[in-house]
Ligand binder design. Structure first.
Ligand code: XUL
Length: 542
């Protein structure tokens, strides 16, 4: 039976999910995650990123991602009892926005890798910038404002690229590098995303960026799905030739390069272009339909679903991305996701069962107590000066702080996803924390919607495996329909988590108060909070 492999290079780990499919016979063979910190401790990452170099600067080593790819494929081919000769195609998913800067030598090196030597040893010196800024970086506010100004303001950028300028998006990151390290930028021959960098390693050639991940750069014209000349010119001089081409999400880059074939005795499987983790999760959570939405509770919390067309929110919140299935998806992203849940758990010396007990022992609505969950600078709403804000919650009362944080996260998600369309009646929950039913009950009550759990919590890696399958069928000229592709893999578990009407009512009131507290905390005209006048944008988000 044909075998397909999906890899997800997320912020904290590399996950591999293998599926086999033949007609109606479908199964997940394995899904395994390898956290970067423990897999490759010598890079010194914590939660997958380097200890901060300067305020707001969050980078990770691109060589570590390459070494993880080599190590994990090595382990899988040795340890998993699988007939790898059946491998038909590989695709991948990666944390979005992060950029990899390669010198001219990289292309030649990619094409001539020695299968007897580790990948990292051979790619060590191909970087024009040794570290990659990742999506958690908030250091580029000045560059965002400059690009927006050059392009006629944030609304014009949102209309053109699907999002106003965001600090973590690739354009602002490239601009900062070009300005601060002109020598490094001059040595840069290619700027890849994490996704296209890893696809290049597998295919042994320079891979394109797919429209889904290309949407997270503030460089692609979202309606045309082409690089925007104006956005490129407003970002950095000479950027155009440094960008890889764009491609459809089902584009086949090539086959596995001889390096992988000889090193691990793999067949010449197709390499389908990689995409971002959120566009891949849309596939891995079953292509949620109208009035449904996916909530992914991962390092970042994200909420997304299909939308009718490339219409950005008119308050500067959220993003329009090209969907990996064709069409468009809307998304809003929150930085204070699982790391905030971990931080508050650790602050009160709890483990996850105690965290759940804290949720069970406190009432919905937290007796009016509210927590604004901003341990880290927040993306939505734009909060540059972090700090958790409590209202009517005693800092010493562990359970109500825990409930306040989770309720705050859910209310922020519900409020800041309203721009996408009518409220959802069904939510597909994925990501590590979607295993926790107490969290999901709060989600159901806050959104007043039924929450469905999915069989796989690694929806990005599963989505990548399904994209490998889809890309292979397209390449074979087989007529394909997406619902057919995902069938048998993404059906929600039978047990549903229903909203409790009395609780939903409490949250309607609580959410109005939360909304006001957020406005008060951020001040008038904060970016992404309400329609900002251009003046407020000059001053940054706070
Ligand atoms: C999306 C975003 C995050 C990363 C994390 O815009 O910034 O969800 O993709 O993996």
């Amino acid at each position: 039976m044909p075998l397909y492999l999906g890899l997800d290079s997320s912020t904290q780990s590399l996950t591999a999910t293998a599926i086999e499919v033949e007609g109606a016979m479908r199964s997940v063979l394995f899904s395994r995650s390898f956290p970067f910190d423990s897999l490759l401790p010598r890079y010194g990452t914590r939660h997958g990123v380097l200890p901060s170099l300067a305020p707001g600067v969050v980078h990770a080593p691109p060589l570590m991602w390459a070494e993880a790819l080599d190590d994990v494929i090595g382990m899988l081919t040795r340890e998993e009892n699988v007939d790898w000769s059946r491998l038909r195609a590989i695709s991948g998913s990666a944390q979005q926005h992060g950029s990899v800067y390669l010198t001219r030598s990289a292309r030649d090196r990619l094409a001539h890798l020695d299968p007897h030597r580790p990948l990292a040893e051979q790619m060590r010196d191909v970087f024009a910038r040794p570290t990659s800024p990742v999506w958690m970086d908030t250091s580029t506010t000045a560059e965002c404002r400059q690009i927006e100004q050059a392009l006629g303001g944030w609304r014009a950028v949102a209309r053109l690229t699907g999002s106003r300028c965001y600090e973590r998006f690739t354009a602002a990151q490239i601009r900062r590098f070009a300005r601060e390290e002109p020598g490094g930028y001059a040595r840069t021959d290619r700027v890849h995303l994490v996704s296209s960098w890893l696809a290049s390693l597998l295919a042994g050639q320079d891979a394109p960026i797919d429209h889904g991940d290309g949407s997270g750069m503030n460089l692609m014209a979202i309606a045309e799905l082409e690089w925007s000349r104006a956005a490129i010119q407003s970002t950095a001089e000479g950027l155009g030739p440094r960008l890889p081409p764009l491609a459809h999400p089902w584009h086949v880059v090539g086959v596995l390069s001889p390096f992988w074939i000889r090193r691990f005795h793999l067949p010449p499987a197709r390499v389908v272009v990689w995409s971002g983790d959120n566009p891949c999760s849309l596939v891995g959570t079953g292509l949620v339909a109208q009035r449904s939405i996916t909530v992914s509770l991962g390092t970042s919390d994200t909420i997304f679903g299909p939308i009718a067309g490339p219409r950005p929110s008119d308050d500067g919140t959220g993003h329009v991305f090209a969907s990996t299935t064709g069409g468009y998806m809307g998304m809003t992203v929150f930085k204070n996701g699982s790391l905030a849940r971990e931080r508050i758990r650790d602050r009160y010396g709890m483990d996850w069962p105690a965290f759940s007990r804290a949720l069970q022992s406190t009432p919905p609505g937290n007796r009016g107590g509210i927590v604004l969950p901003w341990f880290e600078p927040e993306i939505t709403p734009a909060v540059l000066t972090p700090g958790i804000r409590r209202h009517g919650v005693d800092p010493a009362a562990a359970p109500s702080n825990i409930r306040g944080l989770v309720e705050g996260q859910m209310m922020a998600m519900a409020l800041h996803s309203r721009w996408m369309g009518p409220p959802p009646d069904t939510i597909h929950a994925t990501g590590g924390a979607s295993a926790n039913r107490d969290i999901l009950q709060i989600m159901a009550d806050v959104f007043d919607a039924t929450v469905l759990q999915l069989p796989s919590r690694n929806s990005a890696a599963l989505g990548a495996a399904l994209r490998a399958y889809h890309g292979d069928l397209v390449a074979e000229g087989v007529p394909v329909r997406w619902p057919e592709v995902v069938r048998g893999f993404t059906e929600p578990l039978p047990e549903r988590i229903s909203p409790v009407p009395a609780h939903a009512e409490i949250y309607q009131t609580q959410m109005r108060i939360y909304d006001q507290l957020e406005r008060d905390a951020l001040g008038p005209g904060a970016v992404g909070r309400e329609s900002p006048g251009s003046g407020s944008l000059e001053n940054g988000a706070q």
